[in-house]
Ligand binder design. Sequence first.
Ligand SMILES: Nc1ncnc2c1ncn2[C@@H]1O[C@H](COP(=O)(O)OP(=O)(O)O)[C@@H](O)[C@H]1O
Ligand SMILES: [Mg+2]
Length: 396
Amino acid sequence: MKTTVGFFFGGNSVEHEVSIISCVQAMQNTNKEKYNIIPIYIAKNKKMYYSEHFFNIENFKNISELLKKAVPVFLTIENNSVVIKAQKDSVFKKFKPIALDVAFPVVHGTNCEDGSLQGYFELLGIPYVGCDVLASALGMDKYMFKLALKEKNVPVLNCITFTSNEYTENSEKIIENIEKNIGYPLIIKPQNLGSSVGISKVENIDELKEAILLAQNFALNILAEKAVENLREINCSVVGYYDEFEASECEEPIMQDKILSYEDKYLSGGKNSKDAKTEGSKGMSSLSRKLPADITAEQKALIQKYAVESFKAIGGHGVARIDFLMNDKTKEIFVNEINTIPGSLAFYLWEASGIPYSELITKLIKLAFKRQRNKENLSFSINTNILNGNFGGLKK
Ligand SMILES: Nc1ncnc2c1ncn2[C@@H]1O[C@H](COP(=O)(O)OP(=O)(O)O)[C@@H](O)[C@H]1O
Ligand SMILES: [Mg+2]
């Protein structure tokens, strides 16, 4: 019997569109002999939809038209299974509920990749691919992630974190602190976004103020950290669970400007991308890159080791991409960030390591069931007669 996989994508995030591309690619590369593929799109208004039309990226060019043909659905439990059902007020009265065996979130960014969607799956009790709530949340928050790595002696850049409100009330003090303890050139970034949105490299106080104003539009918490000079960026993916992790080949993304921008990542139409029958942008797989990265065997081994340690430090599961910043003169290496649902699921790094995309997807789904089996061996209830007792004694 085939396993039914619900692919969740979209979401209320600045990376909504990137997620559509990542998910359509993933569905196209899922083994159809083993799996029934059920696409569930989370629109920007947070409603969920199901449609056979979601398999074709072209249809997303006009989302409002597309959604007229899609069934608005919700998740519930029937006969001990998690099902998607048509919303009561929808015109799709004949839509039969579909039972899902496993959820596969291919979402990026806040309100979905950060543990929100994972928490929903936990609540429903459905096995799901990838990081759990805590690992997702730690991976999304650039400051908390650094704390987790520091604890394990994985090198990260020192930073200063402040809230948007603190800045509005006390901007002079915060600027003084940043200039004194970090110094130019430095980077200002929202603490929990992705895709380079709201990030600036600054060389002086005027640019610093402007950069903070920009970041304030996107996040309540803002991070300032030293800019790595003579910058080269190296990324490495990790797949695994618990204490069995494997690191991929390393890539070196090519940037056009001071920082790797949204345009570099998704609109540059790189040469090494795999055609996933998606015309136009191919998401992270369209980035111009050197793959394998032009680094020494020692550098590669160190990056792979830090990549595994980083994923392990947050309690990771599934596939992640860990991004490094390297000073090409001093050869210092820092972990910059982790993507717990990486763009294009980092399939291109695994292909370069000899693992085809469909195999990667199969592995991720198997890992989801493995975690579920392990969880089922844990106890989630205790025998108690507390409800028969005297509630007057209840203190808390
Ligand atoms: N400390 C830094 N020094 C130099 N460049 C940086 C630094 N932090 C970020 N960048 C540049 O900005 C880009 C985006 O920053 P990153 O922290 O990766 O955020 P995002 O989650 O949006 O990808 C990086 O790929 C890199 O080009
Ligand atoms: Mg990044």
